[in-house]
Design a protein around this ligand. Structure first.
Ligand code: ADP
Ligand code: ZN
Ligand code: MG
Length: 279
């Protein structure tokens, strides 16, 4: 197979993926997303038949995947998956369409409308940017005054046409959240433990080994299917009384901080998946 690996930065993940692909006799071409200029026609940009999309930019990943698919390439993940996972409001819609359990959520486009709906549903709630990652700007609102503060910032900056607030039910987790890797199927997972309610490893949560029970594996696979994801990390929130919800789906799987703890050989599993499938 000939693979173009599109990257923003060559991090540990990209290095390990490159090695795993080369071990499988793939001809891998490293392509920087900032150096690309893609014409909107069906002309293939390279010899590659498959593109492993590792761009860290949602804008670049989504457009590049779209145009590369137009050119007949197999892109992992697909443009559709990237579009749905990169936007948390659209992820919620895709999950809801398939009846996948998730915290209740709503979107609003105006500060007063948003505050009214929060007041109607009651505190605490969580609000987060529809585009974003690594736990940045995820906020828990425990009171009306906190909501006013956060919403005035959210709605007071940038253009009014572009304002959108995603508000979610706050899930009282038992000190951790769960991540299940779906590479074609659920292949393993990770528990992220933290004193803080925001449990991103980028924010200091400690990764722990987690034997994924069948129920969680099935839920993660249903979530991946809802967004058409080939290789995704599905984040689950468990409640203290054992209910489990899908919180978000990450289309560019990161594992550098957790590969030792999980014991899940993700570079090999991903490379295996890239090599398999139709040519
Ligand atoms: P990001 O893409 O930035 O990781 P997430 O939606 O995954 O955004 O939120 C980051 C973290 O915040 C989650 O891993 C979880 O620990 C916490 N969190 C997010 N939403 C909720 C929620 N509705 N209830 C409880 N905790 C949440
Ligand atoms: Zn995320
Ligand atoms: Mg997350």
């Amino acid at each position: 197979r000939k693979v173009d690996l599109v990257y923003t930065r060559v991090r540990t993940e990209e290095k390990l993926l490159l090695e795993a692909l080369r071990r499988r006799d793939c001809a891998v071409n490293m392509v920087s997303d900032s150096g690309m200029a893609l014409s909107m026609d069906r002309q293939p940009p390279s010899e590659a038949d498959t593109v492993l999309m590792r761009s860290m930019s949602f804008t670049r990943a989504r457009y590049l995947a779209t145009f590369l698919e137009l050119k007949g390439l197999r892109v992992l993940n697909s443009a559709r998956t990237i579009s749905l996972c990169g936007d948390k409001a659209l992820t919620c819609a895709a999950l809801a369409a398939k009846g996948v359990p998730m915290p209740w959520a709503f979107v609003a486009f105006d500060e007063d409308a948003c505050l009214d709906e929060i007041e109607r549903r009651g505190y605490p709630v969580v609000t987060k940017p529809v585009l974003g990652s690594w736990g940045r700007m995820v906020a828990r609102l425990d009171s009306r005054s906190a909501a006013e503060g956060v919403l005035s910032t959210r709605f007071g900056t940038g253009g009014a046409q572009d304002h959108v607030a995603l508000v979610q039910e706050y899930v009282d987790k038992p000190g951790y959240d769960l991540r299940v890797y779906v590479i074609g199927r659920a292949v393993g997972g990770l528990r992220r433990r933290s004193e803080h309610w925001i449990t991103n490893t980028a924010r200091g949560a400690v990764p722990e080994r987690y034997e994924v029970p069948v129920l969680h594996a099935k839920l993660a696979e249903a979530a991946a299917e809802a967004v058409g994801g080939d290789m995704v990390a599905v984040d689950l929130l468990e409640t203290r009384d054992g209910h489990v919800y899908v919180n978000e789906i990450n289309h560019c799987v990161e594992f550098a901080r957790s590969i030792d703890e999980t014991g899940v050989p993700l570079p090999d599993l991903i490379a295996e998946y890239v090599v398999g499938g139709k040519r």
